[in-house]
Design a protein around this ligand. Structure first.
Ligand SMILES: Cc1cc2nc3c(=O)[nH]c(=O)nc-3n(C[C@H](O)[C@H](O)[C@H](O)COP(=O)(O)OP(=O)(O)OC[C@H]3O[C@@H](n4cnc5c(N)ncnc54)[C@H](O)[C@@H]3O)c2cc1C
Length: 428
């Protein structure tokens, strides 16, 4: 189907939805229409399940999926909790600008304790292997979507990692700066770095739109401006959801509400230890002289990604009170770092600045699957730094579970968090 005719089909589907009285019962209600919820809805609707997607925002990208570094790099996926994070965090916190920041917030203490317990070499190695397996499968699914015309901004680009100072331990494939310059001639400085050819770029909101359009073409009912206030329980099962204006009944409910999943789950006895890992994005308009390839500036954990109509600068991870306002200076500091390495970015026009809360678990592994406490409530959140790459495989796993196929692995399950951690979080 051509993009234009697919657009017409989508418009017809959406118009039909708004003129018809909307049903109050579905096989599955998906709460949240970010990259994760949109992928789940796409998988379910294509497999014949009647789905409603409910999102409190007024349109695409109301949560963390508004923007991100736009990178799909399966072999770079690692959990948040690693020995390297613990080793480097003190240095990263004093570096200007800091790549990692933690506010003095007592409610973070148990969560940070669980994070450092997960950062042992063994646990982090096992988590890395598992996450990379998922990421490789998910990248294949991204590519299949692209081959069907359903992932319009996925591009295979490769990417460069540049180190401004020579790292103490050189990563494999490390080459001197002159070799990097051949790949990315707009780099102004560096001690060397690496190149990975197996990387893609993908714009987040276009991905969400494409998934929801495809879901709608297959019968899904996508409703923005619809806040789920609570989950409805009867005899130990979820029977639907309550919005301010109505109740919607369903056989299964999928909680894909990013950071918003924790309060909803908590009220039915499923504790999700989620905290927001704030990151920043600055989009620049640039006519010429910008980078050809995505560039990761390793010393500052800043990523520069050329997209079709802009160059994106993204980075930082901060933990604290998630309701605090955006710090504009942090965004500007990232742009200055990018400009010092790629001078064409220094005086480029800023067209967007944004900060978003990555939904993070303390072990850095997403939560995908059902809790034993409420079996027909499926959870899909906590994707942290890797939600966009892992979205399609999450959609596949949740659709399998809804259709009665084997549950996702126990290491993804909501019940994996220790009771002590859950109790500590319940006191927040
Ligand atoms: C700076 C930065 C760079 C990143 N770079 C990358 C990258 O390069 N590659 C990658 O794979 N990932 C990256 N990520 C991570 C990725 O963007 C996130 O993991 C992902 O967007 C999370 O998606 P989600 O669907 O789980 O959550 P969200 O996008 O937050 O979606 C949740 C949705 O639920 C809705 N919602 C919440 N509560 C309710 C409720 N009660 N009722 C109804 N609706 C509700 C919200 O409106 C929202 O739309 C990055 C993130 C950041 C911040």
């Amino acid at each position: 189907m051509t993009p234009r005719s697919s657009r017409r089909t989508y418009d017809r589907a959406m118009n039909a939805q708004t003129t018809r009285p909307r049903p109050a019962r579905f096989d599955t209600v998906v709460i949240g229409g970010g990259v994760v919820g949109a992928s789940i809805a796409q998988h379910l609707s294509r497999r014949g399940v009647s789905v409603a997607v409910l999102d409190q925002a007024s349109g695409v990208g109301g949560g963390c999926s508004y923007a991100n570094a736009a990178i799909v790099a399966p072999h770079h996926v690692v959990p948040l909790a690693t020995p390297a994070l613990l080793r480097e965090a003190p240095r990263q916190m004093v570096r200007r600008p800091p790549a990692v920041r933690v506010q003095a917030d007592p409610s973070l203490v148990p969560w940070l304790g669980a994070l450092s317990a997960s950062a042992s070499p063994r646990r982090s190695r096992v988590a890395t292997e598992r996450l990379q397996r998922l990421a490789v499968e998910s990248t294949e699914l991204h590519r299949e979507l692209a081959a069907q015309g359903l992932n319009p901004t996925l591009r295979k680009t490769g990417a460069v990692d540049v180190y401004l100072r020579k790292p103490r331990r050189e990563p494999s494939g490390f080459v001197p700066f002159v070799d990097l310059l051949r790949l990315e001639p707009t780099l102004a400085t560096g001690a060397g770095g690496t190149h990975d050819g197996e990387e893609w770029t993908l714009e987040s909101r276009s991905f969400v739109t494409a998934m929801l359009e495809d879901a709608a073409r297959h019968g899904a009912d996508v409703r923005y401006g619809t806040t789920v206030e609570r989950l409805l329980m009867e005899h130990g099962r979820i029977v639907g959801v309550a919005t301010p204006s109505r109740t919607i009944r369903a056989d299964h409910v999928v909680l894909a509400a990013g950071l918003g999943a924790a309060p909803l789950a908590g009220r039915v006895g499923v504790s999700l230890p989620l905290r927001g890992g704030r990151g920043y994005v600055v989009d620049l308009a640039i006519d010429s002289g910008g980078p050809r390839l995505p560039v990761r500036i390793k010393d500052y954990r800043v990523v520069v990604t050329p997209l079709a109509d802009r160059v994106r600068v993204a980075g930082a991870i901060e933990f604290g009170d998630e309701s605090r306002p955006m710090d504009e200076q942090r965004a500007e500091a990232l742009r200055r770092v990018a400009g010092s390495v790629l001078p064409a970015l220094s005086d480029a026009l800023v067209i967007d600045r944004w900060a978003g809360e990555r939904p993070c678990t303390p072990d850095g592994v997403p939560v995908i699957g059902a809790s034993k406490a409420v079996e027909n409530l499926l959870v899909a959140t906590g994707h942290g730094m890797w939600g966009m790459i892992l979205a399609p495989v999450t959609g596949r796993l949740i659709a399998d579970a809804v259709l009665g196929m084997p549950e996702p692995a126990p290491w993804l399950a909501p019940d994996r968090f220790a009771h002590g951690m859950r109790r500590a979080l319940a006191t927040r």
